[in-house]
Ligand binder design. Sequence first.
Ligand code: NAI
Length: 253
Amino acid sequence: MSMSGLDGGSVVVTGAGSGIGKATALLFAREGARVLIADLNSEGAKAVAEEIRATGGTAVTVVGDLSEQTVADEVVATAVESFGSLDVLVNNAGIMDRMAATADVTDADWERQLRVNLTAPFLLTRAALPHMLAAGKGAIVNTASAGGIRGAAAGTAYTVAKHGIVGLTRSTAIMYRDKGIRTNAVAPGGTATAIVVDADPAGHGPAVVGGYMGNIGRIAQPEEQAAAIVFLASDAASNINGVILPVDNGWSA
Ligand code: NAI
């Protein structure tokens, strides 16, 4: 029996087909939670669900583009239908391509970055809140970024979207704190996932991240981000609300 309060809980993790979301879904499952894996990548989502089931856990998948309201609604409805409630929403899915300096950001890149990295978490949060309000409890954890708390040469649209996540987190935290719902975020520094490797097919991910973040120190493993996300969702963080928790080896210190 775990002290996290997550045993038997109903958890949605977006972007759980890969990287930080995958590590987070696996850790929630180890805590005894039932996990809905939402991702655009059907193969990744299925593989993570199978990994959870192979250890006796419960997992379902929803495959689709979370920046569409119909998909966001389907994620929330499927969690409630499959598990009977929605206790935890982790808005983690994100894209880091289309990174351009301010003068070079195209309209299409701006719209897509904001749509996936900011609007999708809002759509999911809006869809999840009525269920959490009805239950009188819930936890939302958003994956922001080091680029969400400081400016970075990381692509203007990405940085703007992640700063938006910080605002979404803080305002939602204040608005629902008397209703038993906590909203927090992690702000990862450079982390060894596909998003970083894909940005540099030559395999110099940490060097690429360092190029726009300055000296990042040691690059994080996805499991280190997952540990912080699961902590913020757990009863161990019962009085923590509206926090943006850097997990960046001191980059933002
Ligand atoms: P990743 O690329 O391994 O995982 C992202 C997942 O999100 C992928 O499985 C992808 O298919 C999914 N996804 C992307 N767009 C989607 C959409 N429209 N609908 C549904 N699923 C979608 O990358 P990583 O690193 O695990 O990223 C997770 C989060 O962490 C992102 O929000 C990212 O911005 C954030 N982050 C990552 C950092 C890093 O250095 N890896 C640093 C700071 C923040």
